[in-house]
Design a protein around this ligand. Structure first.
Ligand SMILES: [Zn+2]
Length: 187
């Protein structure tokens, strides 16, 4: 049988006659104490007492690859709401509101954010700064828009050549900073 309860450093959690101290616990004079805050795990199979901390909050750091949805398009930047960090399904703790400066969108020179990103675009981006606010880049080949719907008719846009998307319904083409695998990403 395994019992689990929350304990605090210094709490008596077991006796050495029954369990060995392990991760997050220590023994003193025959008593086992918690050495950290967490959940007590009295493992009867291995006869060890552990205290484990629940998953720490998933805080973004520089270099992380993230998926985000583009928000407002402004003169010199786009805003985006980070949805998830690549390689994890856990929710994000901390800030998810990010900005992408016009100089960080495309490898080539861009002076018009609206030619590269549009509101609602699903993008893959990399975190390049976290202070004073979350900053992203989409400069690399593998970064940029991975899915986009037509602003007029909501049809999923298809890739048409380098840096172009096409709406089969409206029969119009529009520029975008695309990731190299646009249209092939499971979301
Ligand atoms: Zn359309």
């Amino acid at each position: 049988m395994t019992s689990k309860k929350e304990v605090f450093p210094g709490d008596e959690v077991a006796v050495e006659e029954e369990y060995l101290a392990s991760d997050g616990t220590f023994a003193s004079n025959g008593i086992i104490y918690a050495s950290q805050i967490g959940v007590l795990d009295l493992d009867d199979a291995e006869c060890v007492a552990r205290v484990t901390t629940p998953n720490p909050p998933n805080i973004l750091k520089e270099g992380d690859t993230v998926y985000a949805i583009v928000g407002d398009i402004r003169n010199t930047m786009a805003t985006a709401d980070v949805v998830v960090k690549e390689g994890t399904e856990r929710g994000l703790g901390g800030e998810t509101y990010a900005t992408i400066h016009v100089s960080k969108i495309s490898p080539g020179y861009t002076d018009d954010v609206a030619k590269e990103l549009r509101k609602g675009d699903y993008i893959r981006a990399r975190v390049i700064g976290i202070k004073p606010s979350l900053q992203l880049t989409t400069k690399d080949e593998h970064l940029g828009v991975i899915r986009s719907l037509c602003g007029k008719c909501k049809t999923e846009l298809v890739r048409k050549g380098k840096g172009q998307l096409y709406c089969p319904e409206c029969e119009r083409t529009m520029p975008r900073k695309l990731a190299d695998d646009y249209g092939n990403v499971e979301i």
